[in-house]
Structure formats: C-alpha cells, structure tokens
Write a protein that binds this ligand. Sequence first.
Ligand SMILES: *Cc1c(COP(=O)(O)O)cnc(C)c1O
Length: 401
Amino acid sequence: MTVAETDDFGPSTQSVHAGRNRRQPHHALTTPLVQTATYTFDDTADLIDFMRSKVWGDGVHREEYGRYGNPTVRAVETRLAALEGADEALLFASGMAAVTATLLSILPTGSHIILTDDCYRRTRQFALTFLKRLGIESTLVPMGDYQAMETAIQSNTRMIVSESPTNPYLRVLDLPRLVEIAKAHRVRTLVDATFATPVNVRPLKYGVDLVVHSATKYLGGHNDLLAGVVAGRNGLVSALRESQGVMGGVIDSQAAWLLERGLKTVGLRVARQNENALALARFLDDHPRVRRTWYPGLDSHPDHDVATEQMKGYGGVVSFEIDGTLEDTSRFIDALRIPTIAPSLGGVESLVEQPALMSYFDLTTEERAAIGISDTLVRYAVGIEDTPDLLEDLGQALTVL
Ligand SMILES: *Cc1c(COP(=O)(O)O)cnc(C)c1O
C-alpha cells in the first residue's frame, strides 16, 4: 500500500497522494511518464522469472506490453480506486470506451438490461443499436420511477444501468433504493457518476457494483484529454482488465499522466464548481426571464431531498429554460461573455450550450419535445471562475431578452 490509499483520508489527500510510490526513479516527486509501447527482459531467465511472478522483487507490478499495462496508468488507476473506495479501477481511452467495453464484457447474448431514460445519449444509442444486434435487449424506465424499474426486471435481466446526476435535468439516483431493488433480484448495477465525481458521492459505498466516469470531464478537469474509468470490486474489474487486453481500448500514458496532474486539484475544483453552480441556480430561479431552473440544490428540484441526503455538493451543471423562443435563447447565449459555447463540462472553463442546437440538432422541435428537450433549454457547466463575475455576466446577458 502506498500513501493515502486508505479510507482514513479525505478526497483531496487521496487525489494528491494515493498510488504515488514513496520511492520513484531518480527520487522524482511526481509520477514519471513512462512513454513506451513495450518492456524488455534481460535474458531468457529473466523472462521466465517474469512469466512466473509478474512482479518485481519489491512487489511492484512488472509490465510486459503496453496494451496489458503501463506504470503511469497503474498509478492513476490506484489513485482513482482510492477516491471511489474501490478495490480496483481500470482506465480507458474515453468515457464511452469504458461504458461500451464494460457492457460488452459482462453481458451474455440473450440477456436484458434496464436503463434509466435521462441517461447519456450515446450510452442509450449503444444499448438500443449495438447491444440489440448482439441479442441483448434493453428496457428504458423513467428516471425516478423505482416501481417501473422493479417491474421491468425479467428472468434474463443482468444489469441496471443508470446515471447520477443525469444530463440535462440533473436527476439524482436514490442509491440505497436502486441497490435494494437490484440485490433483491440478483441483478448487477452500474452507475455513470461523471456529473457527481467521487468528491460529491461515492456510489460503491452504497453497494453499487460498478461506477464509471468520463474522466474527460471533472476528473481530468482541464478540457485537454479524453479518458474513461470503471471502478468496483476486485473480481469484476480484473475480469474487465482481461477483456481490455483483448479489445484494446487502453488509455495512452500521456493522457493518463495529464489525468493524474488534473486529479490533484479535483477536490478544490469541484468545491468551487458546487458553489458557483448553486449561486447561478439561485439567481436564475428568481429571474423573470427564466421559465424554469433545474438544479438538485434547489428546493424545487424533484430530487432535492435525495441529493441533500447523499451528496456533499450538488455538482457543477445548471439547466434552465429561457422564457422566449429558440432564437431568443441563442441571443442570450451569444451575449454571455465568460462561458464559451462548447459541448462537455467539468473543466476549469465555464461552458454553455443550447442542447437543441448541440446534442439534438438532428431532431425536429417536435421530436425534441417528445424526449423532453425544449428549444429554449440551456445547459450551463460552470468552471472555477469567481462567483460574482459569473453572476454579473449572467445578469447582463439576460438583459438582451
Ligand atoms: C461525456 C460523457 C460520457 C462519454 O465520455 P467521453 O469521455 O466523451 O467518451 C459518458 N457519460 C457522461 C455522463 C458524460 O458526460
């Protein structure tokens, strides 16, 4: 065990220290970036020694080939496992690689999964097209309807796949309830906790089997890398590691190194993002040109009580509907001076988007309405800027309406 891998430490201590070897090559303080595709053996005896034990004399894992492991990547995985309270974590080249490889590895042909509806669009698309082609059926249940979730369980149901908080309505899962239903029917649970981060909630503590993140977002935190992670119990994650060696969606060591660099400040960043988002949500909720604001920190949010019970902070994303038209909403967005128009979230920079013109551009107004995406919906993903600046900017942009 290296520094801070135990539960006795808080997330900021873990995010700086867990997985860092006390003695690094050259006594470097930071985790070395090991940029190599393969690893060497001194002679045949050394090779045979490796094949027998796979560890160095001091117990450190010895690597063989880049697709099976990398010391930089392993150090970051150890840190992420500590942050999630997991036995093991496994990194992937992107969040979607983590989600798709996990589902493909675990689900047998002829099985069935349950998905909550307000979940990441590409995850839904993967289940409804790719998994379906492999004979794996999915049932979508409304987020927050636990009765529907339980009713949807069939004899071949293997997994409940959910997300918390969701995008764009920030619905929050009642984790004890989810786990209770799943355990009663011997079904596994997977929660995409990208929007929560381990700083705000650790789903594994509630008995969830696997937690996944797009580490591209808050964990990396600087909008400069793509990465995904899955964390959970030892047996489950090591089986996924075996399949990753076959399927190959590994993270590059450079991206892992950047992720480690970003992770050190995740506690500070997320605390500021929680504060910024709550301030913006309260401001928007009171504003006459805003029809409705969704933020779990507001009393009006359907999951306010669950979020208050389970989360340390309510997260960095606020969604709201402008009282006006699609064009009014775009005028408001163009008047904002601080956030930039871009997909994604979780980095230090505030980003803003009108989902009707971003993630759902290909649909008509009617099709969007059918899945609950209004033309005047805005998703604001706060960064770490100063709260008064963000509030003032928001106020001036709303005056164009
Ligand atoms: C971004 C995101 C993903 C996909 O992650 P990538 O790193 O972009 O592949 C999955 N789930 C959620 C909730 C996300 O926000």
